[in-house]
Design a protein around this ligand. Structure first.
Ligand code: HEM
Length: 153
């Protein structure tokens, strides 16, 4: 059972964290350099709409498989770095829920009404929150993998 859960867990993590890396470090800088807001913001709203729909599934799979692994070994037997991963993973999921449910609709509304300042402000907020989640994601991967060197791991 555990190998299947780890496979599901890692596929979700790769899609989520890898997608954030691509969006933040590759797509957005080039879009900012080459496109004016009326072209850039609808493009980014469309790209992010597709990405966030997939991430919503990935987050469900990551949390489901992660907690399933806790149930398999029993919460009291879980290693310290598993608990740290759970905590940072839940923060990441909360930030994603806020982006998708709270900020992304403002980007879509701004693009729909062609209110570029409002859409730009929402996009800037999304950029900062995605940067936060991306780097917390890297940290979580470090904890998840190197954590075994420390403590009872
Ligand atoms: C509530 C959220 C999460 C829970 C409950 C959870 C739980 C777990 C558990 C129990 C394992 C098995 C560890 C082992 O076999 O030693 C695992 C593996 C792993 N998790 Fe998570 N996880 C969560 C979120 C995340 C997130 C957000 C990331 C990355 C951004 C992540 C990255 C990893 C990695 C890379 C492994 C493989 C570690 C290894 O096998 O060496 N996890 N997770």
């Amino acid at each position: 059972m555990m190998p299947v859960l780890i496979l599901l867990h890692l596929v979700g993590v790769i899609i989520w964290v890898g997608g954030m890396f691509f969006a933040h470090y590759c797509l957005r800088p080039v879009a900012v350099a080459q496109l004016a807001p009326p072209q850039r913001l609808p493009l980014l709203a469309g790209v992010l709409g597709r990405f966030f729909a997939v991430v919503a599934i990935a987050v469900g799979v990551i949390l489901g498989s992660g907690f399933a692994m806790f149930f398999v070994v029993g919460f009291k037997n879980a290693l310290l770095h598993w608990h740290v991963m759970m905590a940072t993973g839940l923060v990441m999921a909360g930030v994603f829920a806020y982006i998708y449910g709270g900020v992304y609709p403002r980007l879509v509304a701004g693009v729909t009404t062609q209110d570029w300042p409002a859409a730009g402000a929402a996009m800037d907020r999304i950029r900062k929150l995605v940067a936060f989640n991306l780097h917390l994601g890297f940290l979580t991967i470090v904890v998840a993998t190197l954590g075994a060197y420390f403590g009872r791991g």
